[in-house]
Design a protein around this ligand. Sequence first.
Ligand code: LLP
Length: 432
Amino acid sequence: MQTIKSLGINEKNHLTMGGLDVARLAKEYGTPLYLMDEDIIRENCRIYKNAMDKYYGGNGLVLYASKAFSCLHMCRVVHEEGLGIDVVSGGELYTALKAGFPMEKVYFHGNNKTRQELEMAVENNVGRIVIDNRTELELLSEIAREHDKTIAVSFRIKPGIDAHTHEFIMTGQIDSKFGVALENGEAEEIISFAASLPNINVVGVHCHIGSQIFDIEPFLLTAEKMVNFIGDLKDKHGIEITELNLGGGYGIKYLEQDNPVSYDEYIKNVSRVVKEVSDKRKIKLPKIIMEPGRSIVGPAGITVYTVGNVKRIPDVRTYVSVDGGMCDNPRHIMYGANYEAVLVEKPAAAAQEVVTIAGKCCESGDILIRDIALPQIKTGDLLAVLVTGAYNYSMASNYNRIPRPPVVMIKGGKAKLVVKRESYDDIILNDI
Ligand code: LLP
């Protein structure tokens, strides 16, 4: 339970989140239910913002990577906290737009933006388009000309760094679908070409080496390489890059044994490298941008389920099936991710047996937690899976035509529904 700061136990011996009884919330909103603590989300935004202000003297910007969890309410919270936002699709951009997010603080990523998405970004004056490849650059240049606008762009660079994380979420190496490579000159070539285009204003370079990274070393090496690259662009091509976006990827504590470094510590160390190399290369300190996603929302969320069947297979395994699964949390089936869980009505009881928490989807791999020690568990119990705030709701699907759960935010001791539960009618909404 130490993985989530706002969890506690009340006089009824029930789990609480932000002071509210989780069993009561489950009764009110039904299960499965995503519960998120808005106070923690805001606190995380401030930790990043304050660290960036402290170490870059105001010449920094934190973008929230909205792929981790996006909805209108979240965009409003992020705006209120003074952060910018990273979007990676027309849908994420549309959500920010509809939430009234200031478009100049929106950074548009993605390795295959469509013409329609690029037009939407240009028409709405999105702050930066982060170019992934030459096809996109040429398309954007054409759209910019058609709209008679000059577009400020940044470039997604593969710095050639191995980030020691799951293969599926590792993105800094040359064998990646994202961005252009440093080591074979591809990055230099595309940027010098872009600088020759009339409707394109080359402003920044960007990198993102992967996600759920605990080591600080890859971040330091990346910062060093990127600042040196900025130096090379100036020395060889006379191109001045004023913005360096170092991406996201800072790891969070999913399990008791996970031990992430504090974000302040990361930012402090990275800023030291950025300043040292900038001095050495005699370039003006660029504006530094960061894009945390997981670390802002992950530790603010839990998912509450109701236990259905408990299948004890003697000498083999006990399957505890819940009323959700890979449709609301595909992270175990995709990455073999592990979670902790507690029984909502007896969170402090001693563990008595090792069980496997299974989902209700028609798929043997639909497991949420393999081999977790829990107190005696029975049909009807409420189970809370912890640290599900990032990449759960945003990656949820309607597999098996299961409606997606609602999201309830807790702030200042009050609960508020921010995303409704989908209905069966929602499921057939677009069927003809
Ligand atoms: N910036 C860019 C360009 C990214 O691609 C990502 C994540 C981030 C920022 C935010 O990274 P974070 O701080 O959240 O690690 N679905 C996977 C994670 C995929 C991450 C994709 N990109 C998971 O559930 O582990």
